[in-house]
Design a protein around this ligand. Structure first.
Ligand code: XMP
Length: 319
């Protein structure tokens, strides 16, 4: 694509101009945005870039291994894998308010980031994969006071606290443009096509208090759901799909006995940019088959629902 080819060259020129011979650290989340930002910046300045991957224990099944393999082994990027699950999960104990969850995670993220960024030594820039929708969702409502619809932890706060200047090469792009740029940069299609995943991770797909037990149940159910979507060839038609584990137990029957386990909700939406969304019209067959798999294969879930809310008035995530 000639447009993205030109954008890439211009972005690389601007990054070099902005950064000079300074060191840059980049928070790598494993998502498309930060990955494209990292690869683009790596292309511009090579090993002046170090990536810090904060593993907050709220990632999906197999996700941390995939990220480390891809960037450390495949791209040969300097990468710090900060394994901080205990720190995050202990801090989240007893927390059920969605905004408190986001703030707790955001604050710790900054602490952990600062700690590991210090290992790099002498970095003066922080790279972020901020997109245009992140920018406008954080400031909009003209005339009135600046209002944050949701506190996206990847916007604001971090650079000021760390005394770092910001490099945000994707600030003008929408998601589909970031994907085109990623392809242009040679990232594998399987990776480019991945659904967006929020910074606070499974924390906002687990309404109510987060426990290790709930996270383990949610991870399994989510992996089965995504597997079903891939097997039916539907993954690329969907903007985002995931399971939310509900903070409610319901009664079920198994053999001669009763169960008293969690209910979960499957969510899948189509969207162009995440700002509005429609629920995905799965067939009843797909829904039934997937519910059966989840209930049979995941200990701890005995009821499966499908979320048919569009955005607005709903949001894509449950929190
Ligand atoms: P909502 O739920 O607001 O989500 O309709 C719109 C898009 O943004 C993602 N999202 C987040 N991403 N930090 C992020 O990095 C967050 O706190 C956050 N909240 C929502 C969501 O997954 C969807 O793609």
């Amino acid at each position: 694509d000639w447009t993205m080819g030109a954008y890439r060259e211009e972005a690389i020129r601007l990054i070099r101009e902005q950064v000079g011979d300074a060191k840059v650290i980049c928070g790598l989340s494993g998502g498309v945005d930060s990955s494209v930002a990292a690869v683009l910046i790596h292309e511009a300045i090579g090993d002046q870039l170090t990536c810090v991957f904060v593993d907050h224990g709220l990632l999906r099944e197999g996700e941390a291994e995939q990220v480390v393999t891809m960037f450390r082994d495949h791209y040969n990027m300097p990468l710090i894998h900060a394994q901080e699950e205990d720190l995050f999960l202990n801090a989240l104990e007893g927390v059920s308010d969605p905004e408190v969850k986001r703030k707790t995670i955001g604050k710790l993220f900054i602490d952990v980031f600062q700690k590991h960024a210090a290992e790099v030594g002498g970095a003066t820039f922080l790279a972020q994969g901020t997109l245009y929708p992140d920018v406008i969702e954080s400031v909009s409502f003209s005339g009135g006071p600046s209002v944050t619809i949701k506190s996206h932890h990847n916007v604001g706060g971090l650079p000021e606290k760390m005394g770092l200047k910001l490099v945000e090469p994707l600030r003008e792009l929408f998601k589909d443009e970031v994907r085109a740029l990623g392809r242009e940069l040679g990232l594998p299609d399987s990776f480019i096509g991945r659904h967006p995943f929020p910074g606070p991770g499974l924390a906002i797909r687990c309404p109510g208090e987060i426990t290790r037990e709930k996270l383990a149940i949610l991870r399994r159910a989510d992996a089965i759901y995504i597997d079903q979507i891939r097997k039916h060839g539907l993954y690329d038609e969907i903007w985002q799909a995931f399971v939310a584990l509900l903070p409610v137990r319901t009664v079920g029957v198994m053999g001669d006995g009763r169960t008293y386990d969690y209910a979960c909700a499957m969510r899948a939406v189509t969207s162009v940019d995440g700002m509005t969304a429609d629920y995905y019209p799965f067939t009843h067959e797909f829904l039934g088959e997937t519910a059966t798999r989840i209930i049979n294969e995941v200990r701890g879930i005995n009821r499966v629902t499908y979320d048919v809310t569009s955005k607005p008035p709903g949001t894509i995530e449950w929190e």
